[in-house]
Design a protein around this ligand. Structure first.
Ligand code: ADP
Length: 196
């Protein structure tokens, strides 16, 4: 386990964040918090690359399906009629495909963020997955307007501006998946001594 101040996480500005000119705002919010960007690049990855990024674990895919089904039920839409199935394990792969389509819709900005409890901090700055419940003051709460209901009826992923690793294990997998060691930098911020 790294020291809390050395923890690293992976953050990606999704195509909607790039298209809306929010790259600087997102980086500003990370840096404002004394978290340090130690790797950064704009890229247009292939579908295969994104396919390797998002988990293939059946439990993760089923969870995506369950969330989508819950949205259909909440708003009274008929999943069987709209999607041809009501089984979360069949809806999950559909949503995963929508997600790959969305991530392919333009360039993304990938970065590694280092700092005190970076994984949890960056998740907190990002806010909840669904913009409708993301707290004000978070990236998703302040800037995204999408909803699962609208997205699912259009057969697309929710546009929520950023991806951020959820756990330290996920972060270390994603960091090595998206960056080579020579692309990762080491430096001290002038405020480090003052704040830690
Ligand atoms: P997070 O990005 O907050 O870690 P998840 O890992 O659950 O969230 O989902 C990955 C991404 O898939 C989300 O950020 C969102 O873009 C999309 N997504 C998740 N659930 C749904 C859903 N029910 N309908 C459409 N898109 C979804």
């Amino acid at each position: 386990m790294p020291m809390p101040q050395e923890e690293k996480t992976f953050l990606m500005v999704k195509p909607d964040g790039v298209h809306r000119g929010l790259v600087g705002e997102i980086i500003r919010r990370v840096e404002q918090r004394n978290l340090k960007i130690i790797a950064l690049a704009m890229v247009t990855p292939s579908r295969e690359k994104f396919d390797g990024h998002y988990p293939k674990d059946p439990a993760w895919i089923k969870r995506l399906g369950e969330k989508t089904l819950a949205t259909y039920q909440k708003y009274g839409y008929d999943a069987a009629q709209e999607l041809g199935t009501e089984k979360p394990e069949e809806i999950g792969p559909l949503v995963r495909n929508w997600l790959l389509d969305f991530m392919m819709s333009g360039p993304v900005v990938k970065m590694i963020v280092q700092g005190v409890h970076a994984v949890d901090m960056v998740r907190k700055i990002s806010g909840s997955t669904m913009p409708s419940v993301a707290e004000m003051g978070t990236i998703r709460g302040d800037f995204s307007v999408d909803s699962a209901a609208s997205a699912n009826r259009d057969r697309r992923a929710v546009h929520n501006l950023v991806h951020a690793s959820e756990t330290q294990e996920e972060a270390s997998h994603e960091i090595s998946f998206w960056f080579t060691p020579d692309e990762i930098h080491s430096y001290k911020r002038t405020d480090e001594q003052l704040t830690l």
